[in-house]
Ligand binder design. Structure first.
Ligand SMILES: C[S@@+](CC[C@H](N)C(=O)[O-])C[C@H]1O[C@@H](n2cnc3c(N)ncnc32)[C@H](O)[C@@H]1O
Length: 302
């Protein structure tokens, strides 16, 4: 507990019930499986896992998301090999549900690898229409391509641009900017107090995130929807990045159209910074409020 309180002390003022937040970091969330509805149905996966003795609880906001207690190696079950599900953090799965791509649409996933959200969007689109899945790193794109094949997805083409320079030739009905970030939301401690899933930040992330979000907006068709997502608590990578977009483009920050998801609103102040009042429409997802990894989401329209 003391370790997490020290580690996250800079956020003690902005995280509601900071003590509960710190203690949540010392527990592990249930395994979340996203049922691959292109191959099977949630009830079938549920029944098969129940036969193995697992206790399964559906997520309150999506029938295809199953929370499985005690499942530590989800990739080893027969159902995983059959492509019946994809393990994915509950908060990560919110992104595609909020962006809600429709069959037949053109969608851009600007930072897509290894493809959890791309594959979720593909299944929401019933594998119809087109997703352009871009990532700067070709080795990570190979993982994305493997995942798509495994899940039976065919409506995705991949590209390997630095997202901030993605060509401005086409506009898309929906754009996802799931930005590279410091990954603080993934920090958890195990029973021996070891920090798990630590990812060291590299370079000037807020600058890159601002560039990616601006480019994502410039690639959005009129009336289209853009979702900005990170798995960090850092306001410099979240609200400040959205603020820069609002100041530089005619972007409209929107309330997130999803019910039953415990969250805190985006910040309007952080240290010496003041942000647009509409920042309250953003979602900050904390592990003591929704038992998953930390996340930030902002829904924007052109
Ligand atoms: C948070 S991860 C994306 C996770 C992915 N959306 C998913 O759900 O599986 C961020 C990704 O951004 C990629 N990336 C880093 N810098 C980039 C850039 N300048 N342009 C595009 N992608 C970049 C990284 O390779 C990484 O795969």
């Amino acid at each position: 507990m003391r370790q997490s309180a020290e580690f996250f002390a800079p956020y003690a003022e902005i995280i509601p019930d900071f003590a509960a937040f710190c203690s949540a970091l010392h527990t592990l969330p249930p395994c979340c499986l996203r049922v691959n509805t292109l191959r099977t149905e949630a009830d079938i996966v549920r029944a098969r896992l129940a036969q193995y003795g697992y206790r399964i609880v559906p997520a309150p906001f999506a029938a295809e998301l199953l929370l499985v207690e005690g499942l530590t190696h989800p990739g080893t079950l027969r159902e995983a090999l059959l492509g019946y599900y994809h393990p994915q953090a509950l908060t990560s799965a919110l992104a595609a549900l909020i962006l809600a791509p429709q069959p037949g649409e053109g969608v851009l996933d600007l930072c897509a690898a290894p493809g959890s959200k791309t594959s979720h969007m593909a299944q929401l689109m019933r594998d119809q229409g087109l997703i352009v899945a871009n990532d700067r790193h070709d080795k990570r794109l190979a993982m994305l391509e493997y995942n798509l094949k495994h899940l039976g997805i065919s409506n995705v083409v991949t590209t390997c641009y630095a997202g901030q320079n993605f060509p401005l030739r086409h506009k898309f009905a929906r754009v996802l900017v799931d930005a590279p970030c410091s990954g603080e939301g993934n920090y958890r401690w195990d029973a021996r107090g070891r920090l798990l899933h630590y990812r060291r930040s590299q370079g000037d992330l807020p600058r890159l995130q601002r560039q990616l979000l601006l480019r994502g907006f410039d690639l959005l068709a009129a009336g289209g929807t853009l979702l900005y997502a990170t798995c960090t608590y850092n306001p410099a990578e979240n609200e400040a990045v959205v603020q820069a977009l609002l100041e530089q483009r005619p972007a409209s920050l929107q309330p997130i159209p999803l019910q039953k998801v415990p969250h805190a609103p985006g910040l309007q102040h952080w240290r010496t910074q003041t942000y647009d009042a509409r920042m309250e429409y953003c979602w900050r997802l904390y592990p003591h409020q929704l038992n998953s990894v930390g996340f930030f989401l902002a829904c924007i329209r052109a």
